[in-house]
Write a new protein. Sequence first.
Lengths: 303, 242
Amino acid sequence: MPNLLTTTNLSRSYQGTQVVVPLDLQLMRGDILGLLGPNGAGKSTIMRMLSGDLAPSHGKIEICGYDLIAQSRHAKQQIGYLPERPPLHRDQSVDEFLSDCARLRGLNRLQTSQAILQTKQRCGLEQSGRRLIRNLSKGFQQRVGLAQAIIHNPRIIILDEPTDGLDPAQIRQVRELIRELSDDRGVILSSHILPEIQATCNRVVILQQGKTVYAGDITPPEQTCYRLGLEQNPDEALITALPAVSATERLHTDYFRISLQAGCRPNELVQQILSQGWGVCELTPETISLEQLFLQATTGPSQ
Amino acid sequence: MSGYLAWIEWRRLMRTPLAWTMLGLGLCLLSWQFLGTLEIFNGMQPASRSLGLSHHLGLQLYGLTSVLVLIITPILTTRSFSDAFRNGSYALLSSSPLSNVTILLGKFFGILLFQLLFVLMPLILSLSLFSGTQLDVGLLLAATLGLLLLSASFTAIGLYFSVQNENPGIAAAGSYGLLLLISLLDQNTESGSFIHWLAWPSHYLDLQLGLVRISDLAYFLLVILFFLGLALHQLDNRRIQG
């Protein structure tokens, strides 16, 4: 399957300072790719380059086979972009604004009215069509911003902090919408909110000062570990000595984080602990969280 | 696509209180000037009337309109790029499948559509006299053409400053500065010199008096093309420089 979006050696510098070092990204159909990084890591710069707002200093962006610079009209037809601040015209009504957006992206009159109906339904704006954008709450303005990004049915949707300013119920709706949209499209979203990325994305790129420090699946499967609570309080070294255990880390007085040897199952661990007479009071699987991944990647491995 | 963008820009502008305030105030001021011109012309002895009523209207009414256009244009042009850069709404255009030329021309004609309302105001006021007196319609049309070209030139200059600055205040100040400069260049300079030629009032005056000269038309077209070209260059640069 051809990639929807490919960047090769993408980099960007502002007045001699390199903000994004060469970056290679691939986005396929069904992908929800999260760009994660502390503030100032270059997320928004990457988003702006991908949307065509900013030209890269070096490298190439290909969108559905079209070069974003050389064949920008074809390429941009396939992009829906929601920047950090939703680009709204506050004096217009929602319907009018969405209709303008659709027409500018090349839809004809008939397609426009259908697209408006469908998009409003998707974004929960059915009741707000005639209201002025300036009178909408921040959450609804964000929805209008999302609506303008998807109204022309683009193949690639680029969302810069899409759930910013929404209440928990709305955040959930947006997540569901993103998942629904990703069925036959590719979505790139950036955030510095970890649970946000964890809840929506299937792949993540972690950035630190413009460098990619991690790129891959959200939960590397080989890194599953367990949180173990014991009635007794043995020494860490004794636990590590058990045949099923590859590493132990003491969390609080009675809790440990255990990594199992390859191929071992948790019931072997429990049997070995019981045979030592330590008594198990808790055993919880703990997949390595994105937060750990993030902290490891941005501050160096925390061994 | 530029045409559609122009239509959108115009419609957006007409949703703002700013546009209606400008139109309302403009109409009040022009009506006042119109009535004043009529009263003075009426009060003159027929023997001392060296110029016809159409000439008086051309000079007085179209003169004031040119000043009004000079005042409103930077306010309008500043909105179209500086403000859009600043509040982030420019991303809507930059991520749409539109070239920079399309965007620039769309914004240019959008503002010109609004200014057309201003340009038509003195014409409509003058033509209201049609039933009572004989008017030189040719002169009025020439003055209207002059006003339209003047508006387009001011808009091109304003757009250049607007593209150049993300700060609306600086963009407006820059436009006012240059517009006032080219309004004053023909004072204290030798007529026939290049500097004198750069000023717009003498070119506009010919049209106000009903003289349509190729050299004057060329002046306005050159100004428009020159500043639109600079603005386009700046817009392309912006994508590269960020």
